[in-house]
Design a protein around this ligand. Structure first.
Ligand code: FAD
Ligand code: FES
Ligand code: FES
Length: 492
């Protein structure tokens, strides 16, 4: 982290934008609207739920000959995270005075009424068509799952997407000009961005309080920085931190952004496990596990929306430790191990033993999650998971459950079961595992499961569900998990 700068550089519509002296916590949305006057991008909720603020953000691809774009909720992303990247807003779509085919089709199919949601919807659809110009209905509804429209209804929007896809040749955005500019603004070492809100004159000095937005390039630098600044706020996908900034007005002194650390984006696959770096997005994890663990992939498909999954990380979900965090029941049922790093030391910890209470865990000062080891399913092992929530997508769980087991001598064996929503942190359900272990599926009694649930957890009504509902769902999910398998066994 040799360089210290107060300048953020990013590419926008064929030019490099240099931003000096902005706050560390200015959001991309505020900067677009208030400084660049790009008011096509809207603010609805400022918490990642409505999609009115969706823009496309891209980075050079591995071959450095194109830009990989994803949608992001600009209300949640902090401006300094744009350094070295390219952004496209709805205004970027105007080509030689013509609208993008998606916009034309939205007009022709009456896909917009009040229009407040429309720029975000258009950006989600344009982004999808960059990699998928033959979308199925499910592809389209998935792409739109983070865009709320309160007046038009989705049918004309879906019709517009099909119509636009008839003009395939013109769907793709030309990113060649962006490629050259992105190469120009690549930094050899990621800089320390000294951003406090005051204009900083050259030579660059840190502000009085020494507040920084630090964006290292290597894991070693992350570890060193945390030793020196144990209270620094780690920033990954910003889907939680962005909320803290917008809704709780947090202004962390030191922000340590992991988005430029290549090692943390690494995925290694061995015959027995996937090792996933701390900056791997939930979208990438979803694709990784899709074939071998379709239920886990389905839980992730229902995690937030594409702009959340493209940015939010698995490590962020684990570290955040919400009692209704969705990935943890699946990870616990599989027997996941975390690799924690502190200075030059690493240690391995079972995810089962990670949480100590409500949003509390065993990580010490200066320690962070470096990687996550997820065991791959072995021959004969069955993995099942399901999330119950009020809405299908873009909603956090009432309860999510996951289970692994094998059938041995017609009996359930090696049972691992985990839930969220029942206790202050996601957890294994040891008492229920004991009820199931060694039993024939047809001998499992609902009442035994109810007793084990009552014995294991403290009844608590929550905002998302009452205890009566949650405990009933928890028991029924277990019955569903084993009975599906039982009907398959007996039918074959
Ligand atoms: C609209 C919306 C929908 C959502 N939907 C869901 C959902 O369906 N299911 C669900 O479970 N959650 C959901 N969430 C919550 C959130 O998206 C997840 O918890 C997400 O995985 C957090 O990851 P992140 O990379 O964005 O973390 P960040 O916001 O960057 O960080 C979250 C926390 O983790 C810490 N942290 C990050 N990386 C590390 C690391 N490597 N080591 C140690 N600490 C670290 C940060 O310091 C911070 O305290 C949703 C959030 C929003 C805004
Ligand atoms: S303003 Fe609603 S998702 Fe960003
Ligand atoms: S057109 Fe009004 S919210 Fe979608």
């Amino acid at each position: 982290m040799s360089e210290v700068t107060n300048t953020v550089r990013f590419v926008l519509d064929g030019r490099v934008v240099e931003v000096k002296g902005e706050r560390r916590t200015t959001t991309v949305l505020d900067y677009l609207r208030e400084d660049l006057r790009r008011t096509g991008t809207k603010e609805g909720c400022a918490e990642g739920d409505c999609g009115a603020c969706v823009v496309m953000v891209g980075e050079l691809n591995a071959a450095q000959n194109g830009v990989d774009y994803v949608t992001v909720n600009s209300c949640l992303q902090l401006l300094p995270t744009l350094d070295g990247k390219s952004i496209k807003t709805v205004e970027s779509l105007k080509l030689n005075g013509h609208m993008h085919p998606i916009q034309e089709a939205m007009k022709e199919c009456h896909g917009s009424q009040c229009g407040f949601c429309t720029p975000g919807i258009v950006m989600s659809l344009v982004n999808m068509t960059q990699t998928n110009s033959h979308p199925t209905r499910l592809d389209i509804t998935d792409a739109l799952s983070g865009n709320l429209c309160r007046c038009t209804g989705y049918k004309p929007i879906i019709d517009a997407t099909y119509r636009a896809c008839e003009h395939q040749a013109s769907l793709r955005l030309d990113d060649q000009a962006d490629v050259a500019l992105l190469k120009d603004i690549l930094r050899a070492d990621q800089p320390t961005l000294s951003l406090e809100g005051d204009l900083i004159v050259q030579p660059v000095v840190r502000t009085k309080k020494g507040n920084e937005f630090v964006s290292p390039s290597s894991v070693d630098e992350v570890a060193d920085y945390l030793i020196k600044h144990p209270n620094a706020t780690l920033l990954a996908g910003s889907s939680e931190i962005g909320l803290q900034v917008n809704k709780e007005f947090h202004r962390p002194d030191h922000i340590l952004y992991l988005g430029h650390v290549k090692e943390l984006k690494d995925i290694q696959t061995t015959p027995s496990l996937w090792k996933v770096g701390a900056m791997v997005s939930l979208e990438d994890v979803m694709h990784l596990v899709k074939e071998e663990l379709p239920d886990f992939a389905e839980v992730l498909r229902r995690f937030g929306s594409p702009p959340i999954r493209f940015t939010a990380t698995l490590a962020g979900n684990i570290a955040n430790g919400s009692p209704i965090g969705d990935s943890m029941p699946c990870l616990m049922a599989l027997g996941t191990t975390l690799i924690l790093r502190q200075g030059s030391k690493t240690r391995r910890v079972d995810l089962d033993a990670f949480y100590t209470g409500l949003k509390k865990n065993i990580m010490q000062a200066s320690e962070f999650i470096q990687a996550i080891e997820i065991p791959r399913p072995q021959a004969g092992q069955i993995f099942v998971a399901h999330k119950v929530s009020k809405r299908f997508e873009q909603d956090i769980s009432a309860t999510c459950a996951a289970m692994t087991y094998v059938i041995k001598n017609e009996c359930l064996s090696q049972v691992r079961l985990a839930f969220n929503g029942l206790s202050p942190s996601p957890s294994r359900a040891f008492a229920l595992e004991k009820v199931l272990e060694g039993k024939r599926i047809q001998d499992v009694q609902a009442s035994e499961l109810d007793q084990a649930i009552a014995k294991s957890y403290t009844a608590r009504d929550g905002l998302r569900a009452t205890w009566a509902y949650r405990s009933l769902v928890a028991r029924n999910l277990v019955l569903k998990f084993i009975n599906t398998q039982f009907s398959e066994v007996t039918a074959s």
